[in-house]
Write a protein of this length. Structure first.
Length: 285
C-alpha cells in the first residue's frame, strides 16, 4: 500500500481537474452541460457512459491510501473503504469486478498480440448510412457527397471492419458487404491494434474499472480517444468543416494515404497505453 499525504494527493487531484478542464471546456462552455459544444468531444460523453463530472473526479488507483482529513470525501464513494489514516480503494470491490477484470485482460492481451491492420480506411461511418436514407444519419450535419455519393464510395471499396461495436451499427444493406459477419462473441478473436475504435475503447475499459485504475491513465486514454474520434469523424462522410474539422477525403488516394498515416500514429500511441493498463490489471490478479 502506497500512502499519500494530503498535500501530495490534493495537488495531484487539482492538476487532474485542470487537465480535464483544458480538454473538454472552452470559450462557449455552458452550452453543453458546462462544456463547449463540439461533436468530437460530445461523442465521448454520449456513446460512452462516463459523464464529465465522473471524468473530473480524481482517483489514485488501487493500492494507494489517501491520508488526511480531506480523504473523508472518498471513504463513502463506491469502490472505497475508510482507513485509520483516510481512505483507499476496496479489495472487496475488486473482487466484485473480477469477471470484468478478467475479460478486459483477455481482450487487451489478444489485441496486443495481433498484427496491426490499416486497411479499413475508416469506412465504418460510411457503412452506417449506406442506402439507409435520411433516417440513417447519426449526426446533425450534412453528408459531404450526399446520399448517392456516399453510397458510391461504399460500393467502390471493400468493407474490412474488425470491431463489433462499429459493425453493429451498419445498415442492413452494408452488413453483408463486410469482409466477415461479426458478433459479440468474435470480439476477443477479432480485435486488432490498428482499429481506431479499439484504441478509443482503452478509455472505456479504464473508466469501467474505476476507481481501481488511476486517473492519470484514464485521462491519457481519454486524450487518445479524442484524437482517434477526431480522425474518425474527419474521415467520415459527414461535413464538420463548420466546427473546424477539415475532411480526410478517403474517397481519394491522397485521402486514404492521409488516413493510414493518422491511423498508424494512433495505433502506435495505443501500444504504450494498452501495455500500461494490462500492467495494472496483472498487478491485481
Amino acid at each position: 500500500m502506497e500512502a499519500l499525504t494530503e498535500e501530495v494527493w490534493t495537488a495531484r487531484r487539482d492538476r487532474h481537474a485542470a487537465r480535464v478542464t483544458a480538454l473538454i471546456d472552452g470559450p462557449d462552455a455552458g452550452t453543453a452541460g458546462g462544456r463547449r459544444s463540439d461533436p468530437v468531444v460530445d461523442f465521448l460523453f454520449t456513446y460512452y457512459s462516463q459523464r464529465p463530472a465522473q471524468l473530473r473526479r480524481w482517483h489514485p488507483g488501487f493500492g494507494v491510501e489517501l491520508c488526511g482529513p480531506s480523504a473523508g470525501e472518498y471513504s463513502t464513494l463506491k469502490g472505497y473503504r475508510p482507513t485509520e489514516a483516510g481512505a483507499t480503494a476496496d479489495h472487496a470491490y475488486l473482487e466484485k469486478r473480477r469477471s470484468t477484470v478478467e475479460f478486459v485482460a483477455a481482450l487487451l492481451s489478444a489485441t496486443a498480440a495481433r498484427p496491426t491492420n490499416l486497411g479499413c480506411f475508416g469506412l465504418h461511418e460510411w457503412a452506417m448510412v449506406y442506402r439507409g436514407g435520411p433516417e440513417a444519419l447519426r449526426h446533425s450535419v450534412s453528408l459531404r457527397l450526399g446520399h448517392d455519393g456516399t453510397d458510391a464510395v461504399v460500393e467502390s471499396m471493400n468493407l474490412r471492419c474488425t470491431h463489433y461495436d462499429a459493425f453493429r451499427f451498419f445498415t442492413p444493406a452494408a452488413e453483408p458487404r463486410n469482409i466477415e459477419q461479426l458478433t459479440r462473441g468474435h470480439q476477443i478473436e477479432r480485435e486488432q491494434p490498428g482499429c481506431l475504435h479499439a484504441s478509443m475503447d482503452l478509455y472505456k475499459w479504464c473508466y469501467k474499472l474505476s476507481p481501481l485504475v488511476d486517473s492519470d491513465l484514464v485521462l491519457d486514454c481519454f486524450e487518445l480517444a479524442l484524437a482517434a474520434r477526431e480522425l474518425d469523424m474527419r474521415a467520415s462522410p459527414y461535413d464538420l468543416s463548420s466546427y473546424g474539422y477539415a475532411p480526410v477525403p478517403i474517397e481519394t488516394a491522397a485521402g486514404r494515404a492521409e488516413y493510414v498515416r493518422g491511423q498508424a500514429a494512433l495505433a502506435e500511441r495505443s501500444v504504450e497505453l494498452r501495455s500500461r493498463l494490462l500492467a495494472r490489471i496483472r498487478g491485481w490478479v
